[in-house]
Ligand binder design. Structure first.
Ligand code: RB5
Length: 162
């Protein structure tokens, strides 16, 4: 798969580890940096990867900041981006199966290199499960339209009440 990776200055070391792991698994990775000592704000890095994955330029994205939170928030502002913050591989796997996540975000101040490698492996070796999960992913995609009425969302899901 074609993967794009980016981080802010707080996520450089872990991003390099995760990029290496993705390459070892046979994926083509474009690493957008930054290098050690360079400053990049997490809203920018998250938005860049959100746009590139959403546009289909890449299949999946990898993001790292101090906690994984800010950079995933930024990515999720971009319609079509479904970023998940992970601190263990189970969430990475389930987010691919159930939510068709397309960007994984990890915090260098939270997760060690070994755990991060397992997260990458789970994320890159799991496909969306389809079926009832696909229907809910369609609802998520519909929410990219800021003007979507709740009534429209209810019509898409049989389990929408209240
Ligand atoms: C940068 O110091 C830090 O705030 C950032 O990497 C991240 O943790 C934000 O969510």
């Amino acid at each position: 798969m074609r993967i794009v990776a980016h981080s802010d200055h707080a996520g450089v070391a872990l991003r390099l580890e995760m990029v290496e792991q993705a390459r070892e698994l046979g994926h083509e990775v474009d690493d957008l940096g930054p290098a050690v000592g360079e400053k990049v704000d997490y809203p920018y890095a998250g938005a860049v990867v959100g746009h590139k994955v959403s546009a289909g330029e890449y299949d999946l994205g990898i993001l790292v900041c101090g906690t994984g939170v800010g950079i995933s928030m930024a990515a999720n502002k971009i319609p079509g981006a479904r970023a998940v913050v992970c601190s263990e591989p189970y969430t990475a796997r389930l987010s691919r199966q159930h939510n068709a996540s397309n960007i994984v975000a990890v915090g260098e101040r939270v997760v060690g290199p070994g755990e991060a490698r397992m997260i990458v492996e789970a994320f890159l070796t799991t496909e969306p499960a389809g079926g009832r999960h696909a229907q809910r992913v369609e609802m998520l995609k519909a929410l990219d339209n800021q003007n979507l009425a709740l009534e429209d969302l209810r019509r898409m899901g049989p389990a929408c009440t209240g």
